[in-house]
Ligand binder design. Structure first.
Ligand SMILES: Nc1nc2c(c(=O)[nH]1)N[C@H]1C(S)=C(S)[C@@H](COP(=O)(O)OP(=O)(O)OC[C@H]3O[C@@H](n4cnc5c(=O)[nH]c(N)nc54)[C@H](O)[C@@H]3O)O[C@H]1N2
Ligand SMILES: Nc1nc2c(c(=O)[nH]1)N[C@H]1C(S)=C(S)[C@@H](COP(=O)(O)OP(=O)(O)OC[C@H]3O[C@@H](n4cnc5c(=O)[nH]c(N)nc54)[C@H](O)[C@@H]3O)O[C@H]1N2
Ligand code: SF4
Ligand SMILES: [Mo]
Length: 708
């Protein structure tokens, strides 16, 4: 690591971290256009100067020796990558896409985007797919991430903004409940607000099958079985009904549909719920009483509860509880989801989702089609219809389906469930183009790789987990032969004959069009400008006009359904996509390490992070380890119906005796997703990352760190 300069003057440039949805403010050393080091921005009110270890080391990626610095094209003769000029690489992509479209129609072209992309990029990628390629088949990795929470919030509230309040409100919640979030590792600086909450006398409840860093910080840890959150929440609501803890006045004044939910939860007797969840009845009663007695209470969900084939219903079970306890719109209270990716919020608003147009307009709603078509200067009838969801899109790759694909911001081979299947689908493509700053398991299958600018080298707005629109500013010099994603899309649009619809002179000009595209829509950015963001530490959407101050807190008066009310949805527990059997007797769940980010493309290259966590471990309970004669440090081969992978044994009482936990940040032999099940939620199309039936196939005695 480079030494950090101490004088604040040398950190003149404020920007934001390249990784998660917390989007910490960062001061990046400006040594004549070169990064010297990073420091947390003490004046950005979300992180208040704190960073996690990924943020502290993020600048090393800017000048990393493995950085892609020139376009790569696969040579036919050798099947190896060769460097190429930008013109050659862009011409080739445009030719291939045009030829395949001529042969097989526009739906044979696909685009896979990302919650890592700025609002401007996400907007432009959606426009590019619909206007330049004319394909319905664009979706993105947010489908793997936020889609269940988004669908649940949309159906219950008529709008989806992850947190309806600023994170600082956590400090004033008397009770906070986290369903499947390990935010002490995944959003570390958020813990300052939970620490303040504790100092203010508040209580934290965590539901997780593992005793995580977050669970250790809790006053009550509900160590439930994976896939049983819905039953737990219905059980908590049943107790609230039985003990008369619900808020009848709030239910009557602000909601519809409670009676059906009340009848449904009557079947969730505590003893029955204890059998389904593994959570003792006494703990459930304590949790329900704390939640109901508190003057303010927040119910928050993370991927643990959402990444299930019943993720949407699980989100509804938590929203039902929030509505029945009268928490929505009350100060320092309510339901919220903790968004994950850097622009996981904005990335889901501006039209890279198969069924959406910018601002959460819907591609199947005529008025929305007409509004956007007019802005884009095309006929509404020429806009494609709804396309395939992320996993279904990738699963349709091949000679008779989607034959050419452009990926921007996702390492789909590592991130997708049932990844061996997805990798074989990628191999069957006629043509794969990837925009990235580094090679990874997905670029390995590409025909063209385009080297793009990184976070600190380009402009762009991001919308953080609170719905606060912020600005990443240029804080480091872009390498000479690298281009931005926006320039790539402009270059391709030109070659596809629609350059005149992509003539933006700056990123701010793209944002100006995005503002018009969202004006009057659910996610309304019309009143947000770069200058206003600079002046105010970010602007919370909705913000319909330039005089509007933005909306830090939602639902204080009304919800976004026409009648102004929130909707209860009756939901019932159901089994996961597959259950343990004699052959595959164990339950596997997956998640993250503090040191690595998602598919690991970036963090596996950062020496400090790679040294701290060189390889993935499987957490297993000592009783289970003893049964299989597994010593700590041994290499354990785990197998599911779909594939196998190997992990270093971490024998620990932190995990339930019937559950195995692995992180998904690696590919190849160490790929957690070789094991996972692609059962999809019927509404959100979220895959079941958090539940697979597996067995221990072999044990090899090695030392920790082996198996690389
Ligand atoms: N260090 C780090 N931080 C990150 C990321 C990263 O990769 N690394 N990624 C970012 C992104 S994109 C996201 S989406 C967020 C995700 O942040 P989190 O939501 O915290 O993500 P996970 O670690 O996937 O899952 C959280 C917890 O769910 C638990 N869990 C597993 N199955 C179940 C279940 O059935 N029910 C319940 N209640 N819990 C269960 C796991 O044990 C795990 O501790 O993190 C963001 N921040
Ligand atoms: N088993 C299991 N699987 C999971 C999950 C889980 O909990 N368990 N979680 C899921 C979740 S929540 C998520 S979000 C996904 C994430 O997994 P991925 O979709 O693979 O996301 P990242 O690893 O963040 O990949 C981002 C890639 O984009 C590149 N990149 C970053 N910024 C930009 C940019 O601005 N432009 C371009 N062109 N490229 C960029 C990076 O270098 C990297 O190669 O994984 C999902 N997969
Ligand atoms: S918490 Fe997220 S945004 Fe903050 S430094 Fe860590 S990875 Fe970056
Ligand atoms: Mo995510």
């Amino acid at each position: 690591m480079m030494p950090l300069p101490t004088a604040t003057e040398t950190f003149a440039l404020r920007t934001h971290c390249p990784y998660c949805a917390y989007q910490c403010g960062i001061l990046l050393g400006d040594g004549d256009g070169r990064p010297l080091g990073v420091m947390g921005d003490p004046h950005f009110p979300v992180n208040n100067g704190q960073l996690c270890i990924k943020g502290w080391t993020a600048h090393t990626l800017l000048e990393h020796p493995q950085r892609l610095l020139t376009p790569l094209v696969r040579a036919k003769a050798t099947d190896a990558f060769q460097t190429a000029s930008w013109d050659y690489a862009l011409d080739l992509i445009a030719e291939k896409f045009e030829a395949i479209r001529a042969e097989s129609g526009p739906a044979a072209l696909g685009v896979f985007g990302s919650g890592a992309l700025s609002n401007e990029k996400a907007y432009l990628l959606g426009k590019f797919a619909r206007v330049a390629l004319r394909t319905p088949n664009i979706d993105y990795n947010g489908r793997y991430c936020m889609s269940s929470a988004a669908a649940g919030a949309n159906r219950a509230f008529g709008i989806d903004r992850g947190l309806p309040f600023p994170v600082a409100d956590i400090a004033h919640a008397e009770v906070a409940y986290l369903a499947g979030s390990n935010c002490a590792d995944t959003l570390p600086p958020i813990m300052q607000w939970f620490d303040l909450q504790k100092a203010n006398g508040g209580r934290l409840i965590v539901a997780d099958p593992r005793r995580t860093a977050t669970a250790r910080a809790a006053d009550l840890h509900l160590q439930l079985n994976p896939g049983s959150d819905l039953a737990l929440h219905n059980g908590l609501l049943a107790i609230a009904v039985e003990e008369n803890l619900i808020d009848r006045a709030a239910i009557d004044a602000r909601t519809t549909g409670f009676d059906a939910v009340r009848r449904t939860v009557l079947d969730y007797h505590p003893a029955h719920v204890e059998r389904l969840t593994g959570v003792p009845e006494a703990q459930m009663r304590t949790a329900a009483r704390w939640m109901a007695a508190a003057k303010s209470c927040m119910l928050l969900s993370g991927r643990g509860a959402e990444q299930q084939s019943k993720g949407v219903d699980t989100v509804h079970s938590l929203i039902n509880l929030a509505l029945a306890l009268g928490l929505m719109g009350k100060p320092h209270s309510g339901y919220g989801c903790l968004t994950g990716q850097g622009n996981g919020q904005g990335g889901r608003e501006h039209g890279q989702k198969a069924d959406q147009l910018p601002g959460y307009r819907l591609i199947e709603v005529e008025a929305d089609r007409e509004f956007i078509a007019k802005l884009w200067g095309v006929e509404a009838s020429a806009l494609p219809r709804k396309g395939k969801s992320a996993f279904e899109l990738l699963d349709a790759l091949g000679p008779t389906g989607i034959r050419a694909l452009l990926v921007a911001g996702s390492n789909v081979v590592v991130a997708s469930p049932d990844s061996l299947r997805i990798e074989s689908r990628l191999r069957s493509l006629d043509f794969l183009a990837v925009n990235d700053s580094f090679e990874n398991e997905t670029t390995a299958h590409a025909h063209v790789v385009l080297p793009v600018a990184q976070w600190a080298e380009e402009e762009g707005t991001m919308t953080n987990l609170e719905g606060r629109v912020i600005r990443r500013r240029v804080s480091a010099r872009m390498p000479r032969n690298v281009r931005t994603d926006i320039q790539v899309l402009q270059g391709l649009a030109d070659r596809l004959g629609v350059g005149e619809k992509f003539t933006f002179k700056s990123t701010e000009a793209v944002f100006a069009e995005l503002r018009q595209a969202t004006a009057g829509a659910t996610a309304d950015y019309a009143g947000i400008t770069y200058a206003k963001i600079d002046a105010t530490d970010g602007v919370f959407w909705p913000c319909p006009d330039e005089e509007h101050p933005g909306t830090p807190r939602m639902f204080t008066e009304r919800f976004h359904h026409k009648d102004g009310r929130a909707k209860f949805f009756p939901v019932t527990h159901r089994a996961a996509g597959e259950e343990p059997s004699a052959e595959y007797p164990l339950t596997l769940t997956t998640g993250r390490y503090k040191e690595h980010y998602n598919s690991g493309t970036q963090t596996r290259l950062v020496s400090r992070l790679a040294a701290a966590k060189p390889s993935p471990c499987v957490q297993l309970h000592p009783r289970l380890a003893a049964r299989h004669d597994i010593q700590a440090g041994a290499t354990v081969v785990i197998e599911s119906r779909r594939g196998k992978a190997e992990f270093v044994a971490d024998v620990t009482t932190d995990v339930r005796p019937d559950v195995l936990f692995v992180p998904f940040h690696w590919g190849g032999r160490r790929a957690a997703n070789a094991l996972t099940n692609a059962a999809l939620d019927p509404v959100s199309r979220m895959p079941e990352f958090k539940y697979a039936a597996v067995r221990i196939a072999a044990v090899k005695v090695t030392t920790v760190g082996a198996g690389a």
